[in-house]
Write a protein that binds this ligand. Structure first.
Ligand SMILES: [Zn+2]
Ligand SMILES: [Zn+2]
Length: 726
């Protein structure tokens, strides 16, 4: 007897699948990865077949049959990958499997192919036109139109108002025309931007890099992990393209991960331009139909290269030969919601299973990758252009808003108009001013639901960046009545004003306020590109990926902003941000210049970025991490609890801590519970674990979470684990 082991797609941690179902012969096409509708108690649920078996431990007479099977399913290797993600990130099988299913399938409605009705003139139809048969005027008009198509099938839509369904039906019944529904691919609209892709001759360094990747592709067994390191502008994308082409030549597929599609339109465009229809793009900006069609093209092998952000690591690419991770240092490779997977780690696992080559690339790689992957160096910039000169500007002893821009910064901005050049300016936070403070009594304004400062925005409002709450700007302090309220700090809007005042040039702002609407991001960049001389100001978004040849100046308004985060990655982030911004400057035929405003000119990441010294920075950063036992010399995990009622939360957190303490090995450090600031009115606590081995953390956390799922004290408490938190 055929048995399907089915994992139901329910979010509950309490249900322990998989469950056995009997497969009668009408389900003979069912395989691992098939999506079934199965009876489950009194309900019907969607489930995924994770295993096929000959017999069940349950009495066969008690087994029930599935109700139906969906047409779409996931390939078996992706089912294994989804279950692995669920285990490794302490999530549920249902959540892990949902990642690998065809779009819509988890909800039981896999998007169907779009059909187009096509009509073709038959010989009898041609004869009828010649007078052999009587025709109504509408019928004649349709046949005449079809006759113009020279025997080709015409889309019914092209026949305009003539092709009423009943007219076509009558004509088809008399064999005067044939009507068929064919699949029509919904093609995602590409957004070409920036430098046009052309035929590029690789330089010696790039050729060597491609050679290394090809050698790895030809090596049998194993799954080489390569780190492609080279300064921004060294031509890494050309290496990825050549590597993908090499994989295709060998009959193998490729996955190319980019940080965020909005930040990487140029990369996507270059892949499409070079490899054409063999490229499928997967991202959340697509319509459901486009996404389903792209998924299906990959699944059938019509497309062999998947390009997309982190979720594209689950693309159904068969005979996988290559996985590329572009800008591997980007935090967007980590998923925020459950399961909080890291696409870079999933990529390593998937490459290992498929014996595929992994190529991670960056100008500012993570210390982890620097230490663990086999390095390939790209020398200099592909165009031979020099790296921009980086000047560190000491901002100490500067009063208030007057000191927002250093006089050397102002001079450089003023010079842009004469040079007909552009500048990219990096400011810390969005909004106008991050804090309001009463000058008389010191009162601050915080979000009543989130315990964070409300940010002053223009047009006048106070906004919470966590929950989106907006309040009017106060005229006076509600505590002491003083009307003297200070605006502390400078957000992107204020920097925008200061720049406009200093430079008399168009200033274009790019942050999540400005780019919230779909398509707005590309519009803003297009506007910046059109201007002969202009300034682009914004949050970290502006430092990423764009390739504008006219940019001759980069400015970091407050280089210490990232250093102030209490996080062991603060140094790494600061270095990457400055180096990436430097990479945006001087990419054309003119030399670039970067000005870094800071209160800590001697700080290690700032000084190293000014010297363009990634190897030096990474070596010292790894030393520091080793001394402090931070990753990659240890593994971290975070367990976060959230609840509306604080007393319940504290009890749950203490209970979970005790449970974890019983489960972990003695050498694992367990810290907390520590309070986190509230979010959307919910109190939060965090437990932190640090261990030498990842599995020392994964197993105990999963055990503790599974137990918490059924414990009465956890009612109303949300618990989530985060392995390798960012
Ligand atoms: Zn006051
Ligand atoms: Zn809030």
């Amino acid at each position: 007897m055929a048995i399907a082991r089915v994992e139901p797609l329910t979010t509950s941690r309490v249900l322990r699948g998989p469950f056995d179902y009997r497969l009668p012969s009408r389900f003979e096409a069912v395989d691992v990865g098939s999506v079934l509708v199965v009876p489950f108690g009194r309900w019907r649920v969607i489930g995924v077949v994770v295993e096929l078996a000959e017999r069940s431990e349950i009495d066969p007479s008690r087994l029930v049959e599935p109700v139906a099977a969906l047409e779409a399913g996931a390939p078996p290797e992706l089912v294994r990958l989804g279950l692995w993600v669920a285990r490794e990130y302490c999530s549920t099988p249902a959540r892990g499997l949902s990642l690998v299913l065809p779009p819509g399938a988890a909800g039981g409605r896999a998007a169907r192919p779009a059909l187009e009705r096509r009509v073709r003139l038959m010989p009898a139809g041609a004869a009828a036109l010649a007078g052999a048969t009587a025709l109504g005027p509408r019928q004649r008009a349709v046949l005449e139109r079809l006759a113009e198509a020279d025997g080709r099938a015409a889309p019914a839509g092209d026949l305009g108002g003539l092709a009423r369904p009943e007219t076509l039906r009558r004509l088809a019944r008399r064999d005067l025309v044939s009507v068929e529904d064919v699949e029509r691919r919904r093609v995602p609209s590409a957004t070409p931007l920036g430098a046009a892709p052309g035929d590029v001759r690789l330089n010696r360094s790039q050729r060597e890099a491609v050679g290394r990747v090809c050698a790895a592709l030809d090596r049998s067994g194993g799954s080489p992990e390569l780190l492609l390191h080279g300064v921004t502008g060294s031509g890494k994308t050309e290496v990825y393209l050549a590597a993908a082409a090499a994989a295709l030549e060998r009959g193998r597929g490729a996955i190319v991960l980019v940080p965020e599609i909005g930040l990487a339109p140029q990369t996507v465009h270059r892949f499409q331009a070079r490899l054409g229809d063999r490229v499928a793009v997967l991202h959340s900006g697509l319509s459901a139909g486009e996404r389903a069609d792209e998924w299906r093209r990959l699944d059938r092998g019509d497309a062999r290269v998947a390009v997309g952000p982190r979720s594209a690591i689950f693309a159904p690419v068969g005979a996988l030969g290559l996985i590329v991770i572009d800008e591997e240092h980007e935090t967007s490779y980590k998923q925020e919601g459950d399961p909080r997977y890291d696409a870079r780690e999933v990529a390593r696992k998937r490459a290992a299973e498929a014996h595929a080559v992994l190529v991670a690339g960056s100008a500012t790689p993570r210390p982890e990758s620097w230490a663990q992957l086999e390095r390939i160096e790209l020398e200099g910039r592909a165009t031979g252009a020099a790296l921009p000169e980086v000047e560190v500007l000491d901002m100490r002893d500067r009063p208030g808003a007057e000191g927002l821009l250093h006089e050397r910064t102002i001079a450089a901005l003023t010079d842009l108009r004469r040079q007909r050049g552009k500048a990219i300016v990096l400011a810390g936070r969005r909004g106008f001013a991050p804090h309001l403070v009463c000058r008389a009594c010191g009162r601050g304004w915080t979000c009543p639901a989130c315990d964070v400062s409300l940010v002053l925005h223009r047009p006048a409002s106070l906004r919470c960046h966590h929950c989106g709450r907006a309040e009017p700007v106060p005229d006076a302090c509600p505590d002491c009545g003083s009307v003297s309220i200070a605006r502390v700090g400078a957000g992107t809007q204020q920097v925008q004003d200061a720049l406009a005042a200093a430079a008399d040039l168009p200033v274009v702002r790019l942050d999540s306020d400005a780019a919230g609407r779909r398509g707005a991001h590309a519009e803003i960049l297009a506007r910046f590109e059109r201007e002969p001389a202009a300034i682009l100001v914004g949050t970290q978004m502006v430092a990423k990926g764009h390739d504008f040849p006219d940019v001759v100046l980069g400015v970091v308004v407050d280089a210490d902003a990232t250093l102030r985060f209490a996080d062991f990655r603060a140094e790494e982030r600061t270095f990457a941000l400055i180096a990436q911004l430097a990479g945006r400057s001087g990419r054309g035929d003119r030399p670039g210049r970067v000005l870094v405003q800071t209160l800590a000119p001697a700080a290690r990441p700032i000084a190293a970025a000014a010297r363009h010294d990634a190897p030096g920075f990474l070596a010292s950063e790894l030393e520091r991490r080793r001394a402090l036992r931070y990753p990659p010399f240890s593994h971290l995990a975070r367990v976060e609890l959230a609840a509306a009622a604080e007393a319940t939360l504290d009890q749950a957190a203490a209970g979970l801590r005790d449970r974890l303490a019983e489960l972990v090995a003695p050498e694992v450090q367990l810290l907390g519970p520590a309070p986190l600031h509230r979010r959307r009115g919910r109190h939060r606590r965090q437990l932190l674990l640090k261990g030498d081995e990842r599995r020392q953390l994964v197993e105990p956390i999963r055990g503790a979470l599974d137990a918490a799922g059924v414990a009465p004290g956890f009612r109303g408490v949300a618990v989530a684990a985060d392995l390798d938190p960012q």
